[in-house]
Design a protein around this ligand. Structure first.
Ligand code: C2E
Ligand code: MG
Ligand code: MG
Length: 512
């Protein structure tokens, strides 16, 4: 009469009890003749032994617990249902704000462990109120459901999509390594909502405004991330509709320009619109070109050759500088390898790194990858950083520099003395070169103060075993002054402006 699936368990319990001569407890299902169904039972009993310790008989009970079990199951289901309702939005069936916040906390913890990034997006539908008011709430509700489905189709399974209330949705993008991935999901979202929604014979167009924050850059706890995403959203709304806005505390270019510039930069990377120009550095005594500085240029399809001052800031705030920087490094190392192969095998190359790149989690790995790919001798590579890199986040930077140092890479401080670094920083970090900024070179040799500053930078550097490069040398008197003070290398329009790689090949040949 025992249910076939329970027979093994019940038999086992009986044999156990017999062997141990003790009590037993067993549950299972047994055939019930009257109702012609299996019912749950529970059986327990004890062994009664004689004076020799042998089992004489068993005393016990078999109880029908079927109804009791059903009641408990129902209770549990009701409980689960209640929890589900508490954490989900009834209209779209998506997680609600409470669950969204819970998941955000969980994901932040995971990111800390896995060292990945996390992005919080808040999406607000433009002019949704108007639809609600003009076509009625039923249409509005259907539209929200459809929007929910489209948003979900842009995401991975591990991401979180929630309806935060009204016409506001929230997204957590998990497991990201670069901020650009966030932008590309955003683009996907904008694209997916472009097509009209058909609700009750209405063709409705819906555009979103999106505010974005990225952990850990824009906040390291959930409330800061949400608050900042909200203010980014506010800015997105201000900028007109249908756009996304990364949170950025110090953004002063108007966001709209920022957005168009940003998508143009993205396109530039894809369409190979960037170029690397090179500016020679010479030894002021021999006049030989000993090094080149790689300087980024953008051949804009409408605007022509565009200089970094116009777009580097934007590339930094959007995180695109990581990919662009990697591209510059790869291009420069490839070009220099060719010059090495032509017999200019002592040539060194300086590449600029922006402060933002030091926040990249895998900077060391990314640089090594490029070097290995090209089989470049890293002792010919010099990376230029600004003082601000040393000032903030100094332990990470310290480790990064020391790690790269092992490969033979050298480091130069660009625009030295224009920032706010103290000598302490310079001493603490493995710096090889100071680059005197052009603002101090300009007044040479006439302006006493500039001359004194240039002179003391040269002395300081030499006493710390560093080399000195002077930037922005435009006149022969400046060159002479610097040479006489022992400046190791000079760079500037007097020698050559930054020029294309073809022009550099010519220059190198002549220079020989
Ligand atoms: P920087 O690294 O200090 O580069 C030197 C700048 O001074 C260059 O401007 C160069 O054209 C200019 N210059 C050179 N000689 C003279 C001269 O004799 N007189 C004057 N007045 N100027 C001279 P450019 O190429 O416009 O670059 C501006 C800045 O953009 C660079 O300053 C650097 O901070 C940044 N940058 C350029 N390329 C890259 C890059 O690939 N990555 C990053 N992160 N930043 C870059
Ligand atoms: Mg530089
Ligand atoms: Mg400079």
């Amino acid at each position: 009469a025992i249910h076939p699936d329970d027979r093994k368990g019940v038999t086992r319990a009986w044999i156990d009890a017999l062997e141990k001569k003790s009590q037993f407890f067993v549950t299972g299902r047994v055939w019930h003749k009257n109702s012609e169904s299996y019912r749950h039972f529970e059986s327990r009993g004890v062994a009664i032994k004689d004076s020799d310790g042998n089992i004489r008989e068993w005393i016990g009970t078999i109880t029908d617990i079927h109804d009791k079990l059903l009641v408990e199951k129902e209770k549990q289901l009701a409980q689960e249902q209640m929890e589900y309702t508490y954490l989900h939005d009834s209209l779209t069936d998506l997680p609600n704000r409470i669950l969204f916040n819970q998941r955000l906390l969980e994901e932040i913890n995971k990111c800390d462990e896995k060292k990945t990034l996390l992005s919080v997006m808040i999406i607000d539908l433009d002019r949704f109120k108007m639809i609600n008011e003009s076509l009625g709430h039923a249409v509005g509700d259907r539209l929200l459901q459809e929007v929910g489905l489209r948003l979900a189709s842009c995401l991975d399974e591990t991401d979180v999509l929630a309806r935060l209330g009204g016409d506001e949705f929230g997204i957590l993008l998990t497991d990201i390594e670069r901020e650009e991935e966030v932008a590309s999901v955003c683009q996907r979202i904008l694209d997916s909502l472009k097509h009209p929604f058909s609700v009750d014979k209405n063709e409705l167009y819906m555009t979103p405004s999106v505010g974005i924050t990225v952990f850990p850059f824009d906040g390291d706890d959930s409330s800061t991330l949400l608050k900042n995403a909200d203010s980014a959203l506010y800015r997105a709304k201000e900028q007109g509709r249908n756009n996304f806005q990364f949170y950025n505390p110090s953004m002063n270019a108007t966001s709209f320009q920022q957005l168009t510039l940003e998508s143009a930069l993205r396109r530039a990377l894809k369409n190979n619109e960037f170029l690397v120009y090179y500016q020679p550095q010479i030894d002021p005594i021999t006049g030989h070109i000993v090094e080149l500085e790689a300087l980024l240029r953008w051949m804009h399809p409408d605007l022509g050759l565009t200089f970094p001052d116009e777009f580097i800031k934007s590339a930094e705030t959007t995180g695109l500088i990581e990919s662009i920087g990697e591209w510059v490094l790869r291009t420069a190392l490839k070009d220099v390898s060719e010059w090495h192969a032509m017999g200019f095998d002592d040539l060194d190359i300086a590449v600029n790194l922006s402060a933002r790149q030091f926040k990249q989690r895998h900077l060391v790995r990314a640089i090594r990858k490029v070097i290995n790919e090209i089989k470049f001798d890293a002792s010919h590579l010099e990376l230029e950083l600004t003082e601000s890199v040393l000032v903030d986040n100094s332990t990470t930077v310290f480790n990064t520099l020391n790690e790269l140092k092992k490969d033979g890479i050298r480091f130069a401080i660009d625009d030295f003395n224009t920032g706010y670094s103290s000598l302490n920083y310079i001493k603490r970090f493995p710096i090889d070169i100071l680059k005197i900024d052009k603002s101090f070179v300009r007044g040479l040799p006439g302006k006493e103060k500039d001359a004194a500053i240039a002179n003391s930078i040269i002395n300081l550097a030499h006493s710390l075993n560093m080399k000195v490069v002077a930037e922005g040398v435009e006149r022969v008197e400046q060159l002479n002054f610097l040479r006489d003070r022992g400046c190791d290398k000079v760079q500037g329009y007097f020698i050559s402006p930054p020029v294309s790689s073809q022009a550099i090949t010519e220059l190198l040949r002549k220079n020989k």
